[in-house]
Design a protein around this ligand. Structure first.
Ligand code: RIB
Ligand code: CA
Length: 313
C-alpha cells in the first residue's frame, strides 16, 4: 500500500552514456519510487551512442522498468572530435556483463527534439540528472533557451577540482568529451549541483562492498557486480584495494539523500581549449556562484543506500 503521506514523485529525466556506472545509476533510479522517470536520453560518451542506447534499454529491462522510454541523442560532441572510454567500460560499455536484448526499442524521436518538446510542455518542472557528456542539454538550450522554464534543477556528474582529471591530468571525462557543451550548461541560468571527481572518488567499490553487492545474488546485482568488477580489474594497479569509483550513482544518491553530501556554492567554468581542455575550474563560496559544488560524501551510508535500492529489483 503506497504511503499516503509520501511526497509526490519527482519528475526526472536521466541523460547518460551507459557505461557501467551509468547502469548502476539507472538500476538505483529504477528502484526508487521517489522518481517519476519521464525518459532516459542517451549520448555518445563512454561508447558510441548506439551502444549506449542498447545498454540503457537493456539495463531498464533487467530492472523491470521497460515502461521507461529511451531516446537516443547526439552521436558526437558539439565541435571536438569524439573521445570514448571503452578502454575502461569495455567495447560493450558493460564491462564483463552481458544484458539480454531488451524487447522495447528506442523511440524514433531524437532526444534533443524530445527534450525541447517535453520541457516546453511540462506542467511540472523536471529535474535533469546528467551522467555523461552534456551535448544533448547544451544543444537543446542553444536551440530553445526557453526550455529553462520547464526545468526544476540540474544535477550533474562532471568536473574535477582538487582531484585533477581522469582522462587527462587536468580534465574529468564528461567535461573533456564535450567541453563546449559543459561550458554552455554550466553557464545556463538554472539551479545546478555539480558532483565531480572530488566527491565521486570517495565512493569506491572496495572488495568488502563488492562482496555485499554479489551476496544480493539477484540478476541486477550480479550484472552490477560484473560491471564494476571489470573496472576494478582494469584500475587495480591505479586504485588498488580501494576499487573503482561509483561516479554516476552519486547523482541519484544526491537526489535521494542530499544530506549525505557536503557542498558549497561555487563559480564553475569549463575550459575548452588546448592542454587544459575540459578542465573545470571551481571557486568555492564565490559571490558569482553559478552552482553548487559537492566536496564530499558519507561513503558508507551512500553505499548502503546503493545496495538497498539494488536489492529491491
Ligand atoms: O568521469 C566519470 C564520468 O565519465 C562518468 O559519468 C562515467 O560514466 C564517464 O561517463
Ligand atoms: Ca556516465
Amino acid at each position: 500500500m503506497p504511503d499516503p503521506t509520501a511526497p509526490m514523485p519527482r519528475p526526472l529525466i536521466i541523460d547518460c552514456d551507459p557505461g557501467v556506472d551509468d547502469c548502476m545509476a539507472l538500476f538505483m533510479a529504477a528502484a526508487s519510487h521517489e522518481f517519476d522517470i519521464k525518459a532516459v536520453c542517451t549520448v555518445a560518451g563512454n561508447v558510441r551512442a548506439e551502444i549506449c542506447t542498447a545498454n540503457a534499454l537493456g539495463a531498464l529491462a533487467l530492472a523491470g522498468r521497460g515502461d521507461v522510454p529511451v531516446y537516443q541523442g547526439c552521436v558526437r560532441p558539439l565541435t571536438v572530435e569524439p573521445v570514448f572510454a571503452d578502454h575502461i567500460h569495455g567495447e560493450s560499455g558493460l564491462g564483463r556483463a552481458v544484458l539480454a536484448t531488451a524487447e522495447r526499442r528506442a523511440e524514433t524521436q531524437h532526444a534533443v527534439d524530445w527534450l525541447i518538446e517535453t520541457l516546453r510542455e511540462a506542467d511540472e518542472r523536471v529535474t535533469l540528472a546528467i551522467l555523461g557528456p552534456m551535448t544533448n542539454l547544451a544543444t537543446a538550450l542553444t536551440r530553445a533557451p526557453d526550455i529553462v522554464s520547464g526545468i526544476h534543477e540540474l544535477v550533474i556528474m562532471g568536473g574535477a577540482d582538487i582531484e585533477g582529471g581522469n582522462i587527462t591530468p587536468h580534465a574529468e571525462f564528461n567535461c573533456y568529451a564535450d567541453p563546449q557543451a559543459a561550458q554552455i550548461v554550466l553557464d545556463c541560468p538554472l539551479p545546478k549541483t555539480v558532483i565531480g571527481l572530488d566527491t565521486t572518488l570517495q565512493l569506491r567499490c572496495t572488495p568488502a562492498r563488492m562482496d555485499r553487492l554479489k551476496a544480493i545474488a539477484s540478476p541486477v546485482a550480479l550484472a552490477g557486480w560484473d560491471m564494476m568488477e571489470h573496472v576494478n580489474a582494469i584500475y587495480g594497479e591505479v586504485y588498488g584495494a580501494e576499487g573503482a569509483a561509483l561516479h554516476d550513482p552519486c547523482v541519484i544518491l544526491f537526489l535521494l539523500r542530499p544530506d549525505l553530501f557536503t557542498a558549497a556554492p561555487a563559480r564553475l567554468t569549463a575550459l575548452t581549449e588546448g592542454d587544459m581542455r575540459g578542465h573545470s575550474s571551481v571557486t568555492l563560496n564565490s559571490p558569482d556562484a553559478n552552482g553548487v559544488w559537492t566536496t564530499g560524501i558519507d561513503a558508507d551510508a551512500a553505499f548502503d543506500l546503493v545496495l538497498e535500492r539494488i536489492a529491491r529489483l
